[in-house]
Design a protein around this ligand. Sequence first.
Ligand SMILES: [Zn+2]
Length: 322
Amino acid sequence: MKKILFWTIGLLGLVNISYAVVPQGDCDGSGDVNIQDVLCTINIVLSGSSLGDADCDGSGNVNIQDVLCTINIVFNDSLSNSSKVPILTYHSWTRAGCTEETSNALGLAADLEVLHQNGYTIVPVYWISQWALGDRDGSTLPSKPVGITFDDGDNLDWVDSVSEDCPANALSFKTILENFKATHPNLPAYSPHTSSFVIASPIARDIIGGNTMSESWWHEAQSSSIMEIYNHSTDHDHNTIQGPITDPALSSLPSLFPDGVKIAASGYHSNNWIGQQNFQNVGNYNAAAAEIVAAANYIESKIRRIPRLICLPLRKSNTISC
Ligand SMILES: [Zn+2]
């Protein structure tokens, strides 16, 4: 069985984290203070030359104290291990009207600017999950990171639409991210980076969204630098599913599900095959294997990478709505 990282996104409020940038530490004149400035300061110390910018502590000369001073600045510019990190969730299918309040397209575009103006850096959510689990030190993250996720794998995550009334409302999240990247050339190479949580079962997607939830763009998104694809369960336990309906596409666990997974898969626990919009119903091993592992395996077959994060659908089993 594939090893899947079970991860629940918590509701994390925006927090103010001190942001220390001291120009004296910018030894290489790049505009920010990072590990390159430590190396630059060491170079100056060892070569015996003097460079004003390397005089981190303002003592009038450049020596080992300035290396320590620059290291201090570098670490002050990283995330404290006891901090909280905001993760913002958007639904690309939410596009009523033409305002930031009613359209997630206009809202995302506006939020990207607000986050940037307030010093936040959009980092991969996977990095944040590693940090939350203690597998990544905060010194490897910027001091004000923010994660951005998309649910539920609507085509508008990646594919533009058309709108004569409100052209901005027709933009995919992909295009909005690319526009933001193009207008902010000094962003780190990894930013912005987002995570799209998709529903695995083709039959479930067809029932829930008709032709609006295609898998055709998943691999291209996964291969890009701005979006990764992760797991949002087999069928979202969606109440439009009036099963049991066998989906032969989810066939990776033949010993458990010889013909494929039946949806709504919570029925493996409750014996009620009508989606209840409540992941508490995924209450035993077989239901969890169907909803989580079979889904991850199917998504992997499309994006050629194990989706190591899952966002469990619906508020009843999570602190945010996915
Ligand atoms: Zn969802």
